[in-house]
Design a protein around this ligand. Structure first.
Ligand SMILES: Cc1cc2nc3c(=O)[nH]c(=O)nc-3n(C[C@H](O)[C@H](O)[C@H](O)COP(=O)(O)OP(=O)(O)OC[C@H]3O[C@@H](n4cnc5c(N)ncnc54)[C@H](O)[C@@H]3O)c2cc1C
Length: 362
């Protein structure tokens, strides 16, 4: 773009949006970069299970952080996207225009798939969701990474409360046999009761009802089974998948609206073996950074190389002193190599800290 200043607007200041904004601010010095988020602070989302267990986690002032990097910060909720007018509508009824948009609005808990979740279940998907749990037995629903990490953290911090991890699959069942075995023994050592092969039909004020009719009582139910993304892209007529994630080409542009790029949880991006990249911080950081590179390259009149990406590790903490680090092959299948115990916990902690610095926090 020549003659006039390019206006780049980044929606969302999570891991993806911040990694894009940070790189844009340093490489696209002629452009005006604006970042929009409803929150005043960046909160480490990958530590929300720790926050739910009563630990304090890092918070950084977004305005200060972004202005230090040379980007403008607007604290507002994005309410509508108008790709024809190239405008974003914010609450308070005002709009901002863009030449290039980065859509990085992330994800939240899916509270609609099972009755009672919206009314009675807690969640740890966003900072706003995390609230003190009442004393007494806790059921964590969902045996994916978030459910495993949360059950372990709660059991370690609240030794007197019974924690039950409920899920249709074996915890970590997608990993190698060594990792699955260690997750089971680590959780059991912390006192977590594991109930696999069960499905929740309804969340009740004091527990859950399973599909076979059994009622499992609890003082609190925490829902970690499923995430959803904002409906803005779908409402705006962009090409999205059934969840509402923006369909992207090999340079992470929307396939229907090429002046819009997408990164992180809200983007549908082809990964190893033709499968979509996971909703993970491990995806959000490199995709945010790649988007910034692609925008800068195109602004200089060159076509960017397609994004290439593979995962090397998957890390699951089991409290503060144990974790499983699963090495992955290039096709994203679990390798035999696994780190466990204190070494695993050390590696996981370093990776979480690195993620914070990569997003610009340290
Ligand atoms: C408890 C927990 C533990 C996790 N642990 C790991 C882990 O160990 N490793 C890993 O790789 N991943 C982990 N994840 C997943 C990881 O946190 C997400 O994949 C990652 O945060 C996605 O980054 P993002 O930038 O796409 O979205 P987000 O981090 O969700 O950021 C999106 C931003 O958009 C803003 N926003 C949303 N809607 C609007 C709107 N309408 N207007 C304005 N702003 C808006 C939000 O306020 C937010 O700041 C974990 C998740 C949870 C919940």
């Amino acid at each position: 773009m020549t003659g006039q200043q390019q206006r780049i607007v980044v929606l969302g200041a999570g891991y993806a949006g911040l990694s894009a904004a940070r790189r844009l601010a340093s490489k696209a010095r002629d452009a005006a970069i604006t970042v929009v988020d409803t929150r005043a602070e960046f909160v480490e989302r990958v530590r929300l299970h720790q926050a739910a267990a009563g630990q304090s986690i890092g918070r950084w002032d977004l305005r200060e952080l972004l202005e230090r990097k040379g980007a403008e910060f607007v604290r507002a909720r994005v309410t509508e996207l108008d790709p024809d007018a190239k405008q974003v509508r914010l609450d308070g009824e005002w709009t901002i225009g863009y030449d290039t948009l980065v859509y990085a609005l992330g994800s939240a808990a899916d509270r609609t798939s099972v009755p009672g979740v919206a009314d009675y279940a807690h969640s740890v998907a966003t900072p706003e969701d995390v609230r003190a749990l009442p004393a007494g037995p806790v059921i964590v629903v969902g045996a994916g990474s978030t459910g495993i990490e949360l059950a372990a953290e709660l059991a370690e911090s609240h030794r007197d409360s019974q924690v039950t991890l409920l899920g249709s699959e074996e915890p970590g069942g997608w990993l190698s046999a060594r990792a699955v075995e260690h997750i089971r023994s680590g959780l059991t050592a912390l006192g977590v009761e594991i109930r696999s092969g069960v499905k929740v039909a309804e969340v009740l004020p004091g527990g859950v009802r399973l599909v076979d009719g059994t009622v499992v009582p609890a003082a609190a139910v925490v829902w970690t089974a499923g995430f959803t993304v904002p409906a803005l892209a779908r409402r705006a007529g962009l090409a999205v998948d059934e969840q509402g994630r923006i369909r992207t080409d090999e340079t992470l542009r929307s396939v229907s609206h090429p002046d819009i790029y997408a990164a992180g949880d809200a983007a549908l991006i082809d990964g190893p073996g033709g499968r979509p990249l996971r909703m993970a911080c491990a995806t959000a950081l490199p995709t945010g950074s790649y988007v910034a590179r692609a925008i800068v390259t195109r602004a200089r009149g060159t076509e960017p190389e397609p994004m290439t990406f593979r995962y090397h590790l998957q890390c699951i903490s089991l409290g503060r002193r144990d974790a499983v680090i699963q090495f992955l092959d290039a096709d994203d299948t679990p390798a035999t190599r696994v780190l466990r115990g204190r070494t695993g916990a050390w590696v996981k902690e370093r990776i979480v800290r690195f993620a914070g610095s990569a997003a610009g926090m340290r």
